[in-house]
Ligand binder design. Sequence first.
Ligand code: FAD
Length: 550
Amino acid sequence: MITTVIATPFPNQPPPYEGRNLYLNDVALQEAVTREGAAHAKTELERWGETLGSAESFALADAANRNRPQLRTHDARGERIDVVEFHPTWHTLMRLATAAGEHCAPWIDPSPGSQAARAAMYFLHAQVENGTQCPLTMTYACVPVLRQHAGANTALGGIWLPRVLARDYDPRPLPIASKRAALIGMGMTERQGGSDVRANLTHAEPQSDGTWRLRGHKWFFSAPQCDGHLVLAQATEGVSCFLLPRFLPDGTRNAVQINRLKDKLGNCSNASAEVEFHDAVAWSLGEPGRGIATILEMVQHTRLDCVIGSAGMMRGALAYALHHAAHRIAFGRTLSEQPAMMAVLADMALEVEGATALALRLARAFDATSNEYDRALARIMTPAAKYWICKRAPMVALEAMEVLGGNGYVEEAPLARIYREAPVNSIWEGSGNVICLDVMRAARREPATIDALFGELDQAHGGNRDLDAHAALLRELSTAADNQAGARRFAQAIAIAFTASLLIRHAPAFVADAFCASRLRADIAFSGAAFGTLPKDADTAALIRRASGA
Ligand SMILES: Cc1cc2nc3c(=O)[nH]c(=O)nc-3n(C[C@H](O)[C@H](O)[C@H](O)COP(=O)(O)OP(=O)(O)OC[C@H]3O[C@@H](n4cnc5c(N)ncnc54)[C@H](O)[C@@H]3O)c2cc1C
């Protein structure tokens, strides 16, 4: 018998990417963390970056996505059970993230910088696995609503809040009182419409015992295994918000029927369901008829996570591409030494550094200790950043995939998965147009938001003439903020200007100058069309070195 032993790795295939510290390799993230007041979390972030960057974490993510959750509607006796079964790797990832406090840390310790610290954690997680981020985000985002409308000293809040805030993971299908920790989801979208939730058909009927009964459906109901969902339904007063438990206090399953799980493009580790409510029991949150205003606080936080998550996905894709290009040789030198490839990598690095700076600055504006100015800034920049960064993520994923050539298109490298995942943040929690119309609404109805935006841009005034010229044009645009057809133009202009102002103030000149020259200057080839079209004076080598952590 002849056996062939290959003693050395095959030449010209890069070494494994895994086995690196995702935090310590990211200079722009470390700088943003310090700048936004989260330096106290440095040790924790280093540990988290080490854990997530390990080969084990990447293997967990791969397995969780290859083994999609399965719905079991009935047991062997034909009884309805409506259970979603996850691969064990899903539970391991959830256990790690909840222990790290991704869903709760800034609510437990709301000191300045706590939101930025948690944003950095979430950003790192986004580089490895995204499906698990869905229930973590929704649980994180429900806390302000629960606190405001079911405070810890009420019967409802007293049971739910401590479990939502526990740094623990308890997936057992039990009533909330029997659990150590709880996860929360949200249900707004119905078959006839998701953006226009005023058209919701699900009906809510008050009961003499203070509870409500919900009858209707939800067309997208992610993480149906959560212990509770915040849902919208029509009461006689109008659209109202409810907390819908999975199990009732007496231990029986609530009348929430899971019809099927969506067969999704990406986000495969996570379950997104179609459900029906058959007189399901729920508790009212906030004033009946004010449901949209009540759930909006949750939505604002989930939108923040779309920003951070997409920025993280972009960083993950870029880092992988940089690694490959640094090792792969073509035509006698590494890809990262080829000028045409350097232009591509440097351009992507600019996009990612800008997204990182914007996401972390935005997170700081969510601190419990933030002032009116930051709250106004968050009001306008959350939808604007959600629009722009989520739109850029699929572009970066696509380009990073191409850096790997054919290997990028194959499932073993995570870039194919990142590419399939990337569009979702742009669709849910307010699709592109809807989110841009929200930016315009903020500008029109809340002048303080525009004042805060220009307050930020003014701090960079004189630092770059491209931004100064852009800011002047932006002032004109902002006075015409009722032109719906121009909504995307407006949101994009705001997001890029704000990013530029952050880079001018805080990043090295070669980063800020290249960003402004390529993103703000009217030129023959605006970089937005495709990556790799930076002006010829951009210092591509320096940009690549910085993004590579060198
Ligand atoms: C994987 C996944 C998971 C999801 N999970 C959940 C969940 O857990 N809970 C939940 O509630 N929802 C969830 N959703 C639903 C998601 O939030 C909605 O799909 C989204 O809000 C859009 O609603 P829609 O699908 O009804 O589209 P529509 O509202 O019909 O919108 C379709 C398109 O029209 C645009 N549009 C709408 N109004 C206007 C206007 N006035 N002017 C111009 N353009 C407009 C939108 O921007 C969009 O591009 C999930 C979606 C996905 C893909």
